[in-house]
Write a protein that binds this ligand. Sequence first.
Ligand SMILES: [Mg+2]
Length: 405
Amino acid sequence: MSDKQIIHLDLDTFYVSVERKMDARLTNRPILVGGTSDRGVVAACSYETRGYGVHSGMSMKLAKQLCPEAVVIRGNAGIYSKHSDEVTEIIKQETPLFEKSSIDEFYADLSGTDRFYGCYKLATEIRKKIIKETGLPISFGLSANKVVSKIATGEAKPNNQLMISQGTEKLFIAPLSIKKIPQVGDKTYQTLRHLGIKRIGTIQEMPEEMMVNVLGKNGGIIWRRAQGIDNRPVVAFNERKSISTERTFDRDTIDIKKLKSILIAMTENLAFQLRRGDKLTGCINVKIKYSDFNTYTKQMRIPYCSADHILIPHILEIFEKLYNRRLLIRLIGIKFSHIVNGHYQINLFDDNETSMNLYKALDKIREKYGDRTVMRAAGMESKTIGRMLNPFNGLPPVVLAHRKQ
Ligand SMILES: [Mg+2]
């Protein structure tokens, strides 16, 4: 058994809480956050709406029909990202090693900060500090590993905390629904329910092979999680992979139209990689190397995002600012960092189902036929920059060869 102490922190109904912080009149009222047109999608909803069958991801139109008294708010990715950063900053100050796993979720390894009760005290203080300094409700679970802590956070919510003592992990999760295991999605849940499996305790009593037979490799993972076993380490936030691409030209160039076209194609390619890994970037970077071999980079913090149509204008804006020497260019590149887990949802406030479905359709084509089969007309002048590796599927980090053209 590991002697680690891992905390999982999760902001409660994050977007809703930020809206309530800005307008106290929204407290205790049913709230829907998302795209506000009839074609918009619910990105978050308050606890008050849940009894009406409302959930995130459903169309705003249906949500409004189900819960007509709800206050509908158009989300603002910039404001949420800013609040997320404030919370991140506090966790960074207070913990030796932390991982930001999504815009509103964090893990931190508190092992060695003190003996066990010291960890719980520290965790409690971190939570208090976040609530006091940001005004946002947050819950935590503390245990020997990530999965038990995450489940504990879910049980603690809303706005509370829960510690699972060493050795009691199995006992704690046994009576809970199999749905509470993070790896159990809708499809797996249905499969297991068909087998009459409802509680985690039932999986605990099954042989591992049985789960593997039914669900393949994932069955093994789920079986181990059901035993309260999880050896995944906390991965330091700043060490999380960034993704990048760059190109060195055979002949140095000053053809701005061509350079921009390449930047657009590069952005499309990296953004596609983010989306297929369910990731968002919070920081983008452009690099230029001039013919005299001097290299300049410029970066910009942006609201967490994975949508081309938002990223491309930012990238071009950085390029315009960066490119200020009237010299030939030898190399250009872009990099996305501050990568966290997250879906399209955060990009949806300005958009609607149609544009989300468009991204999904385009990405499907890319997945099937290659990532250069569909692209923006403006990026078409550039030759291939992509490849079909998914940087988020556990393969080694992407190191892109310089492409000549
Ligand atoms: Mg949350």
